[in-house]
Design a protein around this ligand. Structure first.
Ligand SMILES: Nc1ncnc2c1ncn2[C@@H]1O[C@H](COP(=O)(O)OP(=O)(O)OP(=O)(O)O)[C@@H](O)[C@H]1O
Length: 657
């Protein structure tokens, strides 16, 4: 059985989609191991076409190419890839080395797709390079080598997987006579080890160097001349197991290529980063503003407090004169005992405070001075002990006066002395029969309250406990009903649930809290809308990455051809470009994250100097989100170019100028 047998091989090209032009016509030839065959012919006679078919780069032909008894036509695509990788070593006239890899890496690249360890690969590549005289050039890039040296690297690469056949297309075409001879001797020494060498040439001198000349003319074999005996030595075989190009190897290739085009890649990454950066900043600003609003609300409202009001029935609205101030008269109805029991019974409500503000019907007398008191309200948690200028919070039968009222009742200078003194309060009410009744009480001033803006009414106000007020009312046979209930949750997490039950029971949370809630919801919505608008620039960066990767595929068509020639599968090529797009996205995301962090620091410093608040609240979630989105967009944008690269025809890619 011959090592390689070609039977009735016919190949034609379709020109302009119509006419079939025959290039190889019924070629029949057999090759054995240890032969150094030169395929000699004029330019255009079909030599390279024959080589590509033998090398498994072109499967569009008629006839059979049989390698060690197995027809290439019967092999699946993966088997052909493995055949190229394990059995064939390619050498090209123009060397076809990968420019961004070192000499050592160019030789190791074919072995990346085998199960040899990195150490084994490095050792083997170094051995081959030493054997062919390139020991001192391992770290150089191809553009730092002479033509002869480049061709030696290409030979070393072809030898790296210990192939059975070396296909050399015009291996000395770009070299001077002396270097050509050295290369031919090198090839001869490889044949001596039992490898079949097939070179293509149109030089009689080069052809005469080998053991056999197959002359091709116009797609047919015209002559088959045996010049010398073939070498009979048997080539050492080794067990080979193929594998995919590892993620690590594809990332390494991608990084090297990115470094080679670092300027362009940095510009693209910066462009992409602007989109991500603006989204992160918008989200952080939204987060900052809503956070600031919430902080403000929480510092002025007690976080555990749910204030409950009872919306007035339209018909009852006029009957509210008795108890509440102007606001309550219009909008709220007093709570009944049953209502209070209901609210107190809500799950997770720790306690309930009864609240009322009586306005527009109060007078207070001290010594001989009678002053109108705007409102008498109940003490709630909103009245803070630290705001008491003098004295203490009122207990039973005591009352707390605001500074401005105390000044009016006493004088600008003497008002602090009111603390501990008895004052007389009159409240003009109506009883059930609509007759005027005056509620009267003698209470002791417990303290002076300086925070006049606090509480439902600022100015001339006084505060006492609900029970104290209730007792004074009951002395006149009147029932005091609260117009607001302050329900305190056991835990901050229970607040939302309590609010829901309150709504379900027909009550309402105080309008202020729900307005604030609505405002923060609107702010959140606004920040998402702004982020979405900023997100449009993400689309632009995605398109930019797509364009750049497409250009990269076109630029690296030859490299793709080389990789395919040395056995890379479609998925290996896809993986290289996929890694490149993911890396580009990650790089872009990193730039955005670092920039967002620096900008937020700068802006917050300015904002806190000018307004005393830091409004950009950058969270780790936003940064991770930015990184992920950037990588995702890039990967999605890279899908089309990477599958385009994988689909490139290896032969066409190698011919690409
Ligand atoms: N993709 C293609 N489409 C159409 N015709 C092609 C294609 N590739 C090669 N040919 C034609 O096939 C013929 C043989 O080409 P091939 O490259 O095999 O010749 P060659 O003998 O290797 O030439 P050279 O020594 O100049 O490299 C030429 O006429 C060429 O124009």
């Amino acid at each position: 059985m011959s090592l390689l047998e070609i039977k009735h091989l016919n190949k034609s090209y379709l020109l302009a989609g119509k006419e079939r032009v025959p290039v190889l016509k019924d070629v029949n030839v057999k090759f054995e191991s240890g032969e150094f065959v030169s395929i000699l012919g004029e330019s255009g006679s079909g030599k390279s076409t024959l080589m590509n078919i033998i090398g498994g780069m072109d499967s569009d032909y008629e006839g059979d190419v049989i390698i060690q008894g197995k027809s290439l036509h019967t092999m699946k695509e993966v088997e052909i890839d493995a055949y190229r990788k394990d059995k064939i070593g390619f050498i090209f006239q123009s060397f076809n080395l990968i420019p961004h890899l070192s000499v050592l890496e160019n030789v190791m690249i074919a072995m990346q797709m085998t199960d040899h360890s990195t150490q084994e690969r490095t050792q083997r590549a170094k051995e081959i390079l030493t054997e062919i005289g390139l020991k001192d050039h391992l770290a150089k890039r191809p553009n730092q080598l002479s033509g002869g040296q480049k061709q030696r690297v290409a030979i070393a690469r072809a030898l790296s997987n210990n192939p059975d056949i070396i296909l050399a297309d015009e291996p000395t075409g770009s070299l001077d006579q002396e270097t050509s001879e050295q290369i031919l001797e090198l090839l001869d020494s490889i044949a001596k080890k039992g490898v079949l060498i097939i070179t293509v040439t149109h030089s009689q001198r080069v052809a005469s160097f080998g053991s056999r000349i197959v002359s091709v003319e116009d797609g047919c074999i015209k002559e088959d001349q045996f010049l010398k005996e073939r070498y009979l030595s048997v080539k050492e075989t080794e067990e080979k197991k193929g594998k995919n190009l590892s993620f690590k190897a594809s990332f390494k290739l991608a990084i090297k290529n990115m470094i080679l085009n670092s300027k362009r890649n940095t510009l693209v990454a910066v462009g992409g980063a602007i989109g991500i950066l603006s989204v992160i900043l918008m989200l952080s600003l939204g987060n900052g503003i809503t956070g600031y609003m919430n902080d403000q609300i929480n510092s002025s409202l007690t976080p555990l407090l749910v204030d409950v009001v009872k919306p007035a029935k339209a018909a009852d609205a006029g009957d509210q004169q008795q108890n509440g101030g102007p606001m309550q008269q219009i909008s709220n109805e007093p709570f009944t005992e049953q209502d209070i029991v209901t609210v107190s019974g809500i799950k997770n409500v720790e306690r309930v405070e009864k609240v009322i503000t009586i306005s527009g019907k109060n007078n207070m007398v001290f010594n001989d001075k009678n002053k109108v008191l705007s409102s008498v309200g109940t003490i709630t948690d909103a009245i803070k002990a630290e705001d008491i200028e003098k004295g203490a919070m009122p207990v039973e039968n005591e009352i707390l006066l605001t500074v401005s009222f105390a000044k009016g009742l006493s004088s600008e200078e003497t008002y602090p002395s009111l603390v501990g003194k008895k004052v007389h309060l009159y409240i003009n009410e109506m009883n059930d029969q609509n007759r005027p009744v005056t509620v009267e009480a003698d209470w002791v001033v417990s303290g002076i309250y300086k925070q006049e803006d606090r509480g439902p009414m600022s100015g001339s106000n006084a505060y006492t406990s609900f029970t104290t007020l209730e007792n004074a009312y009951s002395k006149q046979g009147l029932t005091l009903q609260p117009t607001q209930l302050n329900a305190y949750a056991e835990n901050i997490n229970d607040v939302a649930g309590i609010k829901e039950v309150i709504k379900a029971d027909g009550f309402q949370s105080s309008p202020l809290a729900s307005i604030m809630e609505r405002v923060t919801t609107y702010l959140k919505m606004a920040s998402w809308v702004l982020s979405a608008i900023a997100g449009i620039s993400l689309l632009v960066s995605g398109i930019m990455i797509l364009v750049v990767l497409n250009i990269s595929v076109v630029e690296r068509t030859r490299e793709i051809g080389i990789l395919r020639a040395i056995g890379a599968r479609k998925k290996d090529i896809r993986r290289i470009f996929f890694s490149e797009s993911a890396l580009l996205g990650l790089f872009s995301g990193l730039i955005a994250v670092v920039a967002a962090w620096i900008i937020s620091l700068g802006l917050n410093t300015v904002l806190s100097n000018v307004f005393g608040v830091e409004l950009i609240r950058l969270s780790a979630t936003y940064l991770i989100f930015g990184l992920c989105v950037s990588t995702l967009i890039s990967v999605v944008a890279g899908l089309i170019p990477s599958s385009k690269a994988a689909k490139l025809d290896p032969m066409e890619s190698l011919r690409y100028e």
